[in-house]
Design a protein around this ligand. Structure first.
Ligand SMILES: *Cc1c(COP(=O)(O)O)cnc(C)c1O
Length: 461
């Protein structure tokens, strides 16, 4: 399988090079040149399989590795999860289900992708005998998941830029407490978009990029999107797909998770609606509702992992909506960075609306949802998952079960949860000493040259 850039001017690559490249050299994102199909029989056959076996069958056509190697990597990736089902499904009310994606080592759904990508990189580097520098921007959960996945691996340094003072204490501690020398937590004086812009700029400096072996594991990395496709299949099959359609509501920031749902749908999974749930940073909801994609500044919320104004993976959806016209996507992205936004063409908007619905939840609605779901079911939602459940409740269709994705464990956001239900959710036992471990971080200014020299110094042999 080959991968092409959404901006049409980068070389086509195979799976491994796509994964190692992260961002394409023309600034675009890699997507498969064609989406492999799973037949109804193949989907039926996923029912009842262990998660790892289903993952192998869903991902296999995208990856150029033998089944033996891939299934070994998958087994290692998910072996450390705290739940045997990996992604258990719970019913909240008639027609509404919660997919718990927070049983990984850092308690957020990002572990599904990051744990696998760590294994894939380790396998690739061992085979190639090369070394890499991973640089990522995080609004909290990506960074901790990346550090957890790469800590202590040979031939890798991992640098994570996070907005200083804007991540939760658990998120910060998960990034700053690993003691391995290859882990570098950088607290940037700015917001998440500043972090993301700095990472993009480093990738666009080819001399620096090649000099340090720069690699991205942000949600733009195709391998991450791919790992997330799996649980759309396993959960839909558990509720009767392919004989019965299902819908999903996804708490959305960078559009990586919901784009994985879109890929599942394109592969043949009968998904009815994919509902984008945003907090008050609602660029995606406004885009789908009004047809204008326009940045508005980031407002901090109690669901900080969704506090973005530039949603990177949305470019992949635009690429398809514009008939895979890389030149058109290039022009839109230029307009976005020069003018802060662009109108979506009528045809593209119609194409987007064929797959996606959207809704947004205010801070008050998010808190009220945590409280109401707890009172009705005993389930304690994290604020991101609550945004999803709130929007899901507005999109229920009696004929189609709705699955809302629970993207983080409530203990990752104890202040918001306490504000809603009056108690602090405990961390799972396996990480109960997190608050006692010493922290290690470097505060950095929002200055690209200083960042680049810091990275060069840290990786110098
Ligand atoms: C990253 C994250 C999101 C947003 O996911 P995207 O793939 O960026 O849309 C939602 N909730 C939590 C808890 C997250 O960590």
């Amino acid at each position: 399988m080959n991968y092409i850039s959404t901006r049409g001017r980068a070389p086509e690559l195979g799976f491994e090079d796509t994964m190692l490249a992260g961002l394409a050299r023309d600034g675009g994102l890699y997507v498969p040149d064609e989406i492999p199909q799973m037949s109804a029989d193949e989907i039926v056959a996923l029912a009842g399989l262990p998660y790892e076996e289903a993952a192998l069958r869903v991902m296999r056509p995208f990856v150029d590795l033998s089944d033996e190697v891939l299934s070994d990597l998958i087994a290692r990736a998910y072996g450390g999860f705290g739940h045997a089902a990996r992604a258990p499904l719970k019913q909240l009310e008639p027609g509404l289900f919660l997919l718990e994606l927070f049983h990984g080592p850092t308690l957020a759904f990002k572990d599904f992708a990051m744990q696998l990508i760590g294994q894939l990189f380790a396998e690739s580097m061992a085979r190639r005998g090369s070394r890499i520098t991973i640089v990522g921007a995080t609004s909290g959960d990506t960074g901790s998941a990346a550090i957890e996945a790469f800590r202590g691996l040979d031939n890798v340094d991992v640098f994570i830029l996070y907005p200083h003072g804007r991540v939760s204490e658990v998120q910060r501690r998960q990034m700053t407490t690993p003691a391995e020398a290859n882990v570098h937590a950088l607290a940037l004086d700015g917001d998440f978009d500043d972090c993301q812009a700095a990472v993009k700029a480093m990738f666009n400096d080819f001399e620096f990029r090649d000099g340090v072996g720069l690699t991205a594991v942000n949600s733009i990395n195709w391998a991450r999107v791919l790992a997330q496709v799996v649980y759309f299949f396993t959960s839909a099959v558990a509720l009767g797909a392919p004989h019965r359609k299902v819908s999903f509501t996804v708490p959305t920031g960078n559009f990586g998770d919901i784009f994985a749902g879109y890929v599942a749908k394109r592969m043949g999974l009968p998904i009815d609606r994919l509902v984008v749930a945003t907090n008050r940073n609602d660029i995606l909801h406004r885009t789908l509702a009004e047809g204008e994609h326009r940045k508005m500044g980031v407002a901090p919320t109690i669901s900080p992992s969704m506090d973005i104004q530039v949603s990177s993976n949305f470019e992949r959806a635009l690429f398809d909506a514009y008939g895979r016209d890389g030149a058109a996507v290039s022009r839109l992205m230029d307009e976005l960075s020069k003018d802060g936004g662009f109108p979506v063409s009528q045809g593209a908007l119609q194409a987007l609306r064929e797959s996606f619905d959207s809704g947004r939840a205010s801070e008050e609605e998010t808190v009220a949802t945590i409280r109401a779901v707890h009172a009705a079911t005993g389930e304690v939602l994290c604020p991101h998952s609550a945004v999803g459940v709130k929007v899901a409740q507005e999109h229920l269709d009696p004929a189609v079960p709705m699955i809302a994705l629970a993207t983080a464990h409530p203990a990752k956001f104890p202040d918001a949860v306490e504000g809603a239900v009056g108690m602090r959710p405990p961390l799972p036992n396996r990480m109960a000493d997190l608050y006692d471990r010493p922290e290690r971080l470097t505060e950095v200014p929002n200055d690209l040259d200083r960042l680049k020299s810091l990275i060069r110094e840290r990786i110098a042999p």
